[in-house]
Design a protein around this ligand. Sequence first.
Ligand code: HEM
Length: 178
Amino acid sequence: MKDVLYSLFADYRTQIVFLHVMSAVVWVGGMIAMRFAAHHSIQMLETAPLKLQRTAHALKRLFAIVSPFVVILIITAVIMAVGLGFRAAAVDADGKVIDEVAMHLYQLIHVKEVIWMIMSINLGAMILRRNKAQKFLDKNDFSGAKSQIELIGRYMVPLNIILGIIAIYLGVTLRNGY
Ligand code: HEM
């Protein structure tokens, strides 16, 4: 398996890094556009039900667009993490540290993995909340829908934006670290 990932990365290095960066652009950029452009525009609508309906619809579109890129991001991440040989440079066959700087970079890989995991769980939770909100909207229960949607805009999307920006910064650190 490791050998397959090595040769995959050797043969398609540019395309794999491109797909990784594009996925980050779509996921993080999509959330920023939603939170700081679409959200404010939707708030200018006349009635609360209209705002909730437009928000639920825009979130549905956003989540459908970003979901495939979340998967592409982790696939390309695994190929890069193995293909660039971070573990091999950091520890020997017995797991003993052979290079402190390489070990530091290898640890950053794990930090990025945790960030991706938290962002994905948060995204899954947002999708579930949005679906619940849609059910409330279909029954004209606007306060129920608001209770589901409010948290998404106030905390959940901003959390993923912050984590995404940290992951991008760590990506640049990794790129310049070897
Ligand atoms: C599973 C977790 C992840 C791993 C193992 C990982 C691994 C890497 C590695 C090894 C690089 C350097 C590529 C190179 O040197 O050519 C990189 C770059 C990058 N990563 Fe990740 N990544 C992960 C998750 C993420 C996430 C969640 C984001 C953002 C949402 C992200 C955004 C980026 C960006 C924008 C770059 C390019 C930096 C540059 O070109 O200077 N990564 N990543």
